[in-house]
Write a protein that binds this ligand. Structure first.
Ligand code: GLN
Length: 262
């Protein structure tokens, strides 16, 4: 083989390799349409089952994720979930570190509405008082007294309520913790008299962990959860709202409620 032919062959081979790499680069093996689908970053706080939790392998799962994934598929986008503390969720979306919040977040709160835009709401909730299953003296919020510590999760509506009754002297201390699981743990081990949490989450805990805690008294402060996006991001909010409506209309929403709550 002469030198020139060799050079041409080597060059051709190199070009072919570069083209092959370019064709595969950055693609996860999906179709070209998939490759163009935008991926949005969703933030959550994953100690809030059945809305937001993790499986044995550490994957973020829950009603919120299933519902948002169904919306995403319907609307032609993808979602990647990131776990962070509840009081970091709104700042993350405000400063553009995340595209949306999927976190069982009460959308009826004016202070939050001033910072982010909420979707149509997708789940009604309320705050309740939770005590140890063995506690016979506390039958509702009025039985919480000035010798008691009450837990709640940081940045939540439950924390607002707990700080309110600590502020007016009804209870000794509002113990504000990073994770819901720790709030409940303090009630179970007797470090705190009660925890103020969202009713569906307390009910799921009672159902799944059986017998350790109970709900007492009436529901307080009706809430309704919404997904949140950065103020003015109507492009994403419109997709979420359209997809959510489609999931309600086609029965997917009801299937997911059945899967996670019944
Ligand atoms: N629903 C409560 C709130 O919006 C708690 C939500 C949560 O902890 N994920 O503040």
């Amino acid at each position: 083989m002469n030198k020139l032919l060799k050079k041409v062959l080597v060059l051709t081979l190199m070009v072919a390799m570069v083209l092959t790499v370019a064709a595969c680069g950055g693609d996860d093996g999906g179709s070209d349409v998939d490759a163009e689908a935008p991926t949005y970053k969703a933030v959550t706080e994953a100690t809030f089952p059945p809305f937001d939790t993790v499986d044995e392998d550490g994957n973020i799962i829950g009603f919120d994720m299933d519902l948002m994934n169904a919306i995403a598929e319907d609307q032609g986008f993808k979602v990647e979930y990131v776990d962070m503390e509840f009081d970091s969720l709104i700042p993350a979306v405000e400063n553009g570190d995340a595209d949306m919040i999927t976190a069982g977040m009460n959308a009826m709160d004016p202070a939050r509405q001033a910072k982010v835009d909420f979707s149509t709401t997708y789940y009604d909730s309320a705050l309740v008082v939770v005590v140890s299953a063995e506690n016979d003296t506390i039958t509702g919020i009025d039985d919480l007294t000035s010798d008691m510590k009450v837990t709640a999760q940081i940045g939540t509506t439950g924390a607002d309520k707990t700080e309110e009754i600590a502020g007016n002297g009804q209870i000794a201390e509002a113990v504000i913790l990073n994770q819901y699981s720790d709030c409940i743990m303090q009630v179970i081990n007797g470090d705190a008299a009660a925890c103020i949490v969202d009713k569906p989450v307390a009910e799921a805990y009672i159902k799944n962990q059986g017998g350790k805690i109970k709900i007492v008294g009436d529901e307080m402060g009706a809430e309704s959860y919404g997904f949140a996006v950065q103020k003015g991001n109507t492009e994403l909010l419109d997709k979420i709202n359209a997809g959510l409506q489609n999931m309600i209309d086609n029965g997917t929403y009801d299937e997911l409620v059945e899967k996670w709550f019944n």
